[in-house]
Design a binder for this molecule. Structure first.
Ligand code: MD3
Ligand code: FE
Length: 214
């Protein structure tokens, strides 16, 4: 099948839903270099807990790199070129992260993936992300590529209708998922992170999402 043609033999694939492909352990090889690049970004744009329009403080800590970053406040969600915390542009997207996202997108059948935003989410035990859709990106034909590092998480994956009960998928260190096509507008979230200790990341999980916003 053309989709699976140039995979390294050790990469196992699972189709989660139409248009959603899980590349098991795709990022495990270069994990230390990826983590170092992420930590360098976070020194310039620290993790922070956004306020939601509904008046809550998110349990997930967030930052961004690349031309645009996802930000939230009491007045709403948006993508912004400047970090409201530092009044500086977001740090550049490190080359090793862009390369990983592009190789993953290509494996899933999306050539020429060119993200202009990378959202960095950090979960500590107990942190969770409620069911939501990502639809503030202008080009919904482009997929979202997500990279999971550190502690495992239970990912909740529904349908474009909020009523449908979500499936549960366990995402572990090094997993990369490409979400495109019919799955792009599915409701999804992350269950409260279970406690644990990861050899490289310690007591936390990082999730990076690469997006085409403009
Ligand atoms: C399916 N992040 O940042 S990544 C988010 O693990 C977000 O931190 C989760 O949902 C996390 O918005 C899940 C996987 C993901 C990201 C975006 C999607 C799955 C998606 C958009 C559409 C469908
Ligand atoms: Fe999301």
């Amino acid at each position: 099948m053309a989709l699976f043609d140039d995979l390294p033999p050790e990469t196992a694939l699972t189709q989660i839903a139409p248009g959603a492909v899980l590349l098991h352990g795709f990022a495990k090889d270069g994990d230390a270099a990826l983590l170092q690049a992420i930590e360098t970004v976070l020194q310039q744009a620290p993790l922070r807990h956004w306020q939601t329009p509904g008046g809550y403080t998110m349990s997930v800590a967030m930052s961004n790199c690349g031309p645009l970053g996802w930000v939230s406040s009491a007045s709403g969600y948006r993508y912004a070129a400047v970090d409201p915390l530092t009044d500086q542009p977001w740090p550049a997207l490190p080359a090793c992260l862009l390369d990983l996202a592009q190789r993953a997108a290509a494996q899933a059948g999306y050539a020429n993936f060119s993200p202009d935003a990378c959202l960095i989410n950090q979960y500590v035990p107990g942190a969770k992300l409620s069911l939501h859709q990502d639809k503030d990106e202008l080009d919904l034909r482009a997929p979202i590529v997500s990279l999971s590092l550190g502690l495992p998480a239970v990912f909740l994956f529904g349908t474009p209708s909020r009523q449908d009960r979500p499936q549960r998928w366990r995402l572990v260190h090094g997993d990369v998922v490409v979400w495109g096509g019919p799955s792009r507008l599915a409701y999804h979230g992350v269950a409260a992170l279970a406690d644990g200790e990861h050899a490289l990341l310690g007591r936390r999980r990082l999730n990076l999402t690469f997006r085409c916003v403009r």
